[in-house]
Design a protein around this ligand. Structure first.
Ligand code: NAD
Length: 373
């Protein structure tokens, strides 16, 4: 179906193409049943691109990503390419996309489905109903700051150093994403840094506060030191709605939050760039899991993280909130009906559980979509 929605699909390696195939079924369903169509291009990334083009992302694929309204990404990497040159590693394909699309805001939802409340490492009453969003600054901070390196110092000792560096505009643009998102959720933002011991933390807190006062005073804003937040996420995660933080703290805290929900196979993410003149942001959606070489090609992978990444794309790139809700509801109901891929079989519970593979899970989601409309 012709549309004005341009989508680039990059399935990648390992289980990437397998879980992407299940999303294709939902895309077809949306076209048929909801008149939601896409102009789809597809290309190679990661090891697959390296094998064909000698680079983990071709210039043509990069150009297509820059032209697309959204990129739906699978996963990259695997033992076959572990010995590739550093500059040609499959992951460099993803890093190039993030860099050239300037995807500075990484959104990682942590949502606990009622049916999987037992899969969390925390007590059910602490995580039941959990629905929080961590926004991590993705293109600056200590992973990119200069100077960085290693040398032998004047005392003859080997020394290594990195630089944590943030500009005020870098802080403001990611905080703006957090405030805007909070307005569509529970209207609460928590900004986390280490303003007690770091200059960048002081600037972060100042800029978050200023921006809030200037443009987002309708949203509730609070601040917390990142280490205190690490504790609170385990003690009382439901206190939070949207959390915004820098690249390093966000890396750690979003992994911590994801474990509150159970399996890697369930977790989507979005990475957004700055809005253009029409208000549309460059965007890439991907599951947080990797290419899972241990189960690739066996039909065992859980397609839910990829499916929910597609759902985030509907919501954030195409303003199709009702359709995104439908996808999430279908996933929730399928889990409630007992469908489980291997990664979700926890605690040996077997009552009412249907063990399924990748395709059966995808089919169950489409069938549930049909039932819902
Ligand atoms: P991984 O996420 O691929 O797998 C970790 C474990 O979780 C494995 O046991 C795997 O079987 C399981 N798992 C992951 N996704 C699953 C799913 N959808 N359904 C069921 N089980 C699932 O991480 P890893 O093993 O550390 O890395 C494997 C490869 O993936 C490496 O080459 C790594 O560099 C790459 N990687 C890529 C990305 C990415 O593409 N964004 C992210 C992380 C790792």
């Amino acid at each position: 179906m012709a549309s004005n929605r341009n989508l680039l699909m990059l399935p990648g390696d390992g289980i990437g193409p397998e879980v992407m195939n299940e999303v294709r079924k939902i895309i077809a369903w949306m076209g048929k049943k909801r008149a939601v169509g896409f102009d789809i291009k597809e290309d190679l990334v990661g090891g697959a691109a390296l094998d064909k083009h000698g680079v983990p992302l071709s210039d043509d694929a990069m150009k297509a990503a820059l032209e697309a309204d959204a990129v739906l990404f699978g996963s990259v990497g695997g033992p076959k390419w572990d010995t590739a040159d550093f500059s040609k590693k499959p992951e460099r394909g993803l890093l190039r996309l993030r860099k050239e699309m300037d995807l500075f805001a990484n959104l990682r939802p942590a949502k606990v489905f009622d049916a999987l409340v037992d899969a969390s490492s925390l007590k059910p009453e602490i995580v039941k109903g959990l629905d929080l969003m961590i926004i991590r600054e993705l293109t600056s901070g200590v992973y990119f700051g200069e100077p960085r390196g290693r040398h032998t110092n004047a005392r003859g000792e080997v020394e290594a150093f990195d630089t944590q560096r943030y500009t005020a505009p870098e802080i403001r643009r990611v905080c703006a994403v957090a405030f805007e998102l909070a307005r569509k959720r529970k209207n609460k933002v928590l900004s986390a840094e280490k303003a007690n011991v770091m200059y960048t933390g002081v600037l972060w807190r100042e800029e978050a506060t200023k921006l809030h006062k200037e443009s987002y005073s309708d949203v509730a804003l609070s601040h917390m030191y990142a280490d205190a937040l690490a504790m609170q996420l385990l003690r009382s995660p439901k206190d939070f709605d949207v959390i915004v933080t820098d690249n390093l703290f966000g890396d750690i805290l979003s992994d911590e939050a994801s474990m509150l929900t159970g399996s890697l196979g369930l977790l989507p993410s979005a990475s957004l760039g700055a809005p253009d003149a029409t208000g549309r942001r460059k965007a890439l959606y991907e599951p947080i899991h990797g290419s899972a070489p241990d189960i690739a090609g066996k039909g065992l992978a859980n397609p839910i993280a990829q499916t929910l990444s597609y759902g985030m794309m509907l919501r954030y790139s195409f303003d199709l909130g009702n359709e995104a809700d439908l996808v999430e509801k279908a996933v929730e109901n399928v889990l409630a009906a007992g469908y489980r891929t291997g990664d979700l079989l926890v605690g040996g519970k077997t009552d009412g559980i249907k063990k399924v593979g990748t395709q059966e899970m995808g089919d169950a989601i489409v069938k549930e979509l049909d039932r819902l409309v």
